[in-house]
Every structure is written in C-alpha cells, then in structure tokens.
Design a binder for this molecule. Structure first.
Ligand code: SF4
Length: 299
C-alpha cells in the first residue's frame, strides 16, 4: 500500500544529537490545519492509502487529533504516528488519538540505559517517559513499532534493549543506522560508529527478536554486512512505496530519492551478486569510513 509521510510541524521538544532535521526549526513555521487538510486530500488523490504523521514532533501540534479525524473521513486505512513519545505518558491523550483513528504507534527509543537515551535526545527523564508510554499502549492493545537510531554511543546496548522490548511484547522493531545530516553531521565524531563494529551487537539483537517471534529489521545496512540476516533488511523486505511531504519539497518516491540522491555507489559493486537489489550505504558514511568493510558477494 502506497503511503504519504507528512511533516506537520518543524519544532520539537527534544534536541537529539543525531537529528537529521535540526536547522529546520529555525526556518519553518508549523503547518496550519487548512494546509494539512489540503495535503491529505492531494495525497489521497495520488493513491496514498496509508498515512504517517511525523517529525518533527507531531504530538505537540495542536491540530493533530483533528488532522487524524480528517484523514479518517477521507478513508485512509492506516494512520501511523511517528514520535519521540514524550507526550504519550499522558494516557488521556493517547486515548484521544486512538479514538480519532490512529492505527499504529511508532516511538523512538535510543537505548537500554536511561542515561544513554537521555543524553542522546538531550532531555532528562525522556527514557522513563517512553517506557511509561509503551506500557500504556500495551494496556490499550495497540500496534507498537519501535525505532532506534544506531550511534557510537549506544550500539553495545542493542542486545539488552532488544530483550527489554521483546519482554514488553512490542509489535515490531527497527534498528536504523544514523543518517549523517544536520546535527548528526555536526556531531559525527562522537555519533557515527563504524558499521562493522556495530554488526555483532545488531545481529545479537536480531536473534533475540527472532526468538520471540517479533518482526525486526535494519535500515541503511547493505547486504554484505547482513549475510545470513538478509530477511531483516527493511528496504528490501518491508518498506512500502512512500511519498514524502517535507518543509520545502514533495518527493513522489522516497525509494527512488534514496537511491539516486543519498546513497553512495562504486564501480566494484557491479561485480556483486546483490548489486541490483542493494541500496548501498549513505554517501556521508563513505566520506568518513570509505569502502573497506563492504565486500563483494559472489554467490
Ligand atoms: S552491492 Fe556493494 S554495498 Fe551492496 S552488498 Fe554488494 S558489496 Fe555490499
């Protein structure tokens, strides 16, 4: 199902060290309800039937609930909220969103130790609020899809976090390798790990999810580092076609945009058996660590 990723608001109540949209908060206003309604109508006409309300932080937009109700009226069948979830410790607000027609909740949690999470998002008590929220949503029997950004500060905690969330029985989990833009770029020395160092921890995390029969996936890690775990590559196995409505532009196909604009490519990869289906690493990653760890697959 094609879906629209709609940015409703360009401010946030966190200041994540790895934020890929950081400076937009200084340049763009929040969208008005009328503007959001128009976007929802246009995207429905362009055949989107799923909808994602996303960052910056959509839950601090005063018209989010009304926007969800409007999307329901237009017959969007799946409505997801992507959020840092700090607002969601408030159970009444969660119930309001559910009755407005949110079908999936996508929180970000950036690690097992509360100190690591709170340092990464630059907000004290943020981890405790997210965990509280997950428990609230479980009580309300909702679909919970967790996203965690892999950074240099947190990758060794992946197995512990996986176990914690598996025991909370979240519905799905994603490890997304940090995209080196804006804040992540400014903080790259302390934020960006070498993928090959993080892989043993990521694979251990995937093993835990598999054992608990929970859907799990990785983003922005090519096939050559994911051997025997290809089933978890999000871009290849799970990501639906998505239109992105950002502050300054609309992208009809996020997949094409990623392939053509954001991913690095090298001649040698043409010899690899995964060449036609691989998405390659982020361009900015190769500028830091080069290609040494990416080995041609021959089978
Ligand atoms: S095409 Fe390149 S980056 Fe992709 S799996 Fe093969 S060697 Fe790795």
């Amino acid at each position: 199902m094609k879906r629209a990723d709609v940015k409703v608001w360009f401010a946030c109540n966190n200041k994540c060290l790895f934020c890929v949209q950081w400076d937009k908060r200084f340049h763009h206003k929040q969208r008005t309800f009328e503007e959001i309604k128009k976007i929802l109508e246009d995207e429905y006409i362009s055949w989107c039937r799923g909808l994602v309300f996303t960052w910056w932080e959509p839950t601090i937009h005063k018209d989010l609930t009304e926007s969800i109700k409007y999307a329901k009226k237009l017959w969007y069948s799946q409505i997801q909220i992507q959020s840092n979830w700090r607002t969601f410790a408030n159970l009444e607000y969660v119930k309001e969103l559910i009755s407005a027609w949110v079908t999936e909740f996508w929180p970000s949690i950036h690690w097992f130790k509360s100190e690591t999470h709170d340092t990464l998002v630059w907000a004290p008590w943020a981890w405790a609020e997210v965990v509280e929220w997950i428990k609230n949503l479980k009580k309300l029997n909702q679909i919970i899809i967790i996203n965690s950004v892999i950074t240099k500060k947190n990758y060794t905690e992946i197995p512990q976090l996986s176990l914690l969330l598996a025991k909370l029985w979240v519905s799905q989990f994603q490890f997304a390798f940090v995209h080196i833009l804006w804040s992540a770029d400014k903080n790259k020395d302390e934020i960006v790990p070498q993928k090959s160092l993080a892989m043993p921890y990521i694979k251990k995390g995937l093993d835990i999810w598999k054992k608990y029969w929970i859907i799990c996936m990785t983003e922005a890690i090519p096939f050559c580092l994911m051997q025997w775990y290809e089933w978890a590559i999000a871009e290849y196995n799970y990501m639906p076609e998505t239109t992105v409505v950002d502050a300054e532009y609309r992208t009809e196909s996020y997949a094409e945009y990623r392939w053509n604009e954001w991913k690095s490519k090298r001649e040698e990869c043409k010899k690899c058996s995964k060449f036609k289906i691989c998405e390659w690493p982020w361009k900015e990653y190769i500028e830091i660590y080069w290609w040494e760890e990416f080995r041609i697959i021959n089978d």
